[in-house]
Design a protein around this ligand. Sequence first.
Ligand code: ATP
Ligand code: MG
Length: 439
Amino acid sequence: MDPVILPRSKHPVSRANIDNDALKVLYRLHQHGYLAYLVGGSVRDLLLGRNPKDFDVVTDARPNQIKHLFKNAYLVGRRFRLVHVIFRNKYIETSTFRRCPENNGSDNENDLMLRRENEFGTPYEDAKRRDFTINGLFYNIADYSIIDYVGGLKDLETRTLRCIGDPCIRFQEDPVRMVRAVRISGRTGFTPARDVVSSIHKYGDQVLRCAKARNLEEILQLLRYNAADSSIKMLRDTGLMQVIFPEILEHWTNSEKEKRSSAILNALDNATQNNFPRTPPVLLAALFLPAVEEATSGFQSGEHLRKEVEDTLQPFASRFQLPRRFFDRITQICIAQRWFQSKKHKRFRPSSFIKRVFFEESLALASLYLPLDDGNWQSNRDKWRSRILSSDLSSKEQDHLLRILNFRPRRKNRRRGNRHYSNRKNRSGPNKQPSQDTV
Ligand code: ATP
Ligand code: MG
């Protein structure tokens, strides 16, 4: 099938916005005579003028041939082999064009779930096996054109999330695609096509048939990238909330409770300060905190309190095989919230709390909901600022925590005196003062 090809002059994707290491991989493949395309979310985001979060490459080179070209390349994947080309702080996933297997590996012809890995294929087949049209576009390094086999360019224009093929089939083949539909609509702000929504209503409960780890990964991504609030609303509207987070749905017995959850997630989406810790425990605690608070309202401290928190989290943790370390950390940071509230606490030593490994994530969680709940938050926040500043953490660590609390980074004091002398030569001279931190 002939694709639509958009030459460089007709689209806005510039190499200046493509990661240098991804370009190195593309160019090296191209120079050795292979097809080399950028694909997936990176092409979608570049066309939308956004910063892609990762860059995936596809090629007609086979895994061993790819590995041969890069000394920093590793074969991964047990059944379908891909290559990770490793750079200093990232890897570029580089895979060979694939297609859906003809036989899905099931004896039951009504069971469409894919159990077999993909096989090698052509560029057309590779585009067709992808999930949504906007995720099926290629950027060709040979002539910088965009190649569209699946109608993705049209859907980008109308801001529509549409499945490649019939969503009833594509969602049954791999039900995690339904969670992806919600998270990618949330992230791009695109409207899911009507048949996408109706198919999720129909097949949503099949999500639990997928590997728990894959589901968990997609759920965490759905909360991580500044669209948690709208994505959770979409989960509710498509019926997936009942499948993924029934405990939260049960907690929303009235619209006030739902609004509070929405306000906390909105704060999470808007927590744009540098290095705000969007760790799995913080993301999940932001969602579960209202339900946890409700379950623990009669408990002050101790084992009973911990047990109530754990009982609230346990069904979700089992459903998606949440690693124990995340489970324990969510429990810790939820329990720690009482130290941030304005009440007086006996036998509370802020200086030792600040040094605990879970302080940063506890503070991050507090900074999301206390500005909404606590009328005294301003003075409470100032109190925490002083406590952090008088702690024996390094000034870098202190600055990081203050940013989480939404204080501006501390600036070094300007040197006083005659500016005439503060030229480059004098920088390392006797005038150099140790910096005095101010907020
Ligand atoms: P993000 O920007 O969040 O990374 P993405 O679309 O790039 O979004 P990835 O998980 O990085 O998502 O996947 C890369 C590409 O692989 C997708 O764009 C899509 O083409 C393809 N893909 C991923 N998961 C599936 C799936 N379950 N079924 C079919 N294609 C998939
Ligand atoms: Mg991606």
